[in-house]
Ligand binder design. Structure first.
Ligand code: HEC
Length: 209
């Protein structure tokens, strides 16, 4: 009975922190599987080499990312119009994980945003994507796992309008900067210029086991 209770707690905690942790809900690795081996399990797969099944999954993944990107942008615009950048920060904080969770459900996929310079530490990459994040891969990249999962990392570049919250600190309005620093004491997501690689959407099919 005890394990059941802790299982429920684990799922609830996962939902509470949003998208980025969902991919981490999996059984602990076998003692024999070293960290290096578990990273090596996922291998790059070019779109041209995908099986028809992988291609169908890849298209669904891309649709999910488009939907998420569109929803984030429209909520951001609405929030900026009504509350200005300082108010929009709170919307980003509460709505970004909710939007990711809703899209995960709609598409039956795991999805989130990540970066090599995070604002919210809860947006750390899933394990399979960590190496690509470290390498700052600038092209859409797809990986396959031996147990039949597909994962994608799709670059996000900074647009001019993102600068008010992610640009060089001296260009961010003082009130916006102080709101960011209060909400995210470990913020590393300033100092970006238009066109810079800001991070990625990551998206993956769920484990079949
Ligand atoms: C109103 C301020 C604001 C604007 C404008 C803004 N962001 Fe953010 N951004 C945030 C906040 C706050 C977070 C943390 C959200 C969270 O807690 O998940 C964030 C998180 C992110 C993340 C997730 C990784 C991380 O560092 O936690 C990415 C990627 C990102 N923003 C990209 C962008 C892009 C691209 C734009 C422009 C289209 C943009 N942002 C515009 C405030 C903003």
């Amino acid at each position: 009975m005890r394990w059941r209770v802790s299982g429920v707690v684990l799922v609830a905690a996962t939902l509470a922190v949003g998208c980025s942790r969902q991919a981490e809900v999996k059984p602990a690795p076998e003692p024999a599987a070293t960290e290096a081996a578990s990273h090596a399990e996922w291998t790059k797969v070019a779109v041209a080499d995908m099986t028809p099944e992988q291609k169908a999954e890849q298209q669904k993944c891309e649709e999910a990312v488009k939907t998420m990107s569109g929803r984030l942008m429209s909520e951001l615009t609405t929030a900026l119009d009504s509350g200005g950048p300082a108010g929009a920060i709170e919307v980003c904080r509460s709505r970004a994980p909710e939007i990711a969770a809703a899209i995960s459900n709609e598409y039956g996929l795991l999805i989130g945003r990540t970066s090599f310079r995070l604002r919210n530490p809860a947006n750390a990459p899933p394990e399979w994507a960590a190496k690509l994040v470290e390498e700052r891969v600038a092209e859409p990249t797809w990986l396959a796992s031996p147990d039949g999962r597909l994962g994608g990392l799709l670059p996000i570049r900074l647009k001019a309008e993102c600068g008010m919250c992610h640009g060089p600190k001296e260009q961010i309005a003082p009130q916006v900067l102080s709101t960011i620093e209060e909400s995210y004491p470990d913020d590393a997501a300033t100092g970006f210029k238009e066109g810079d690689l800001r991070g990625w959407f990551w998206v993956a099919t769920p484990s079949r086991t």
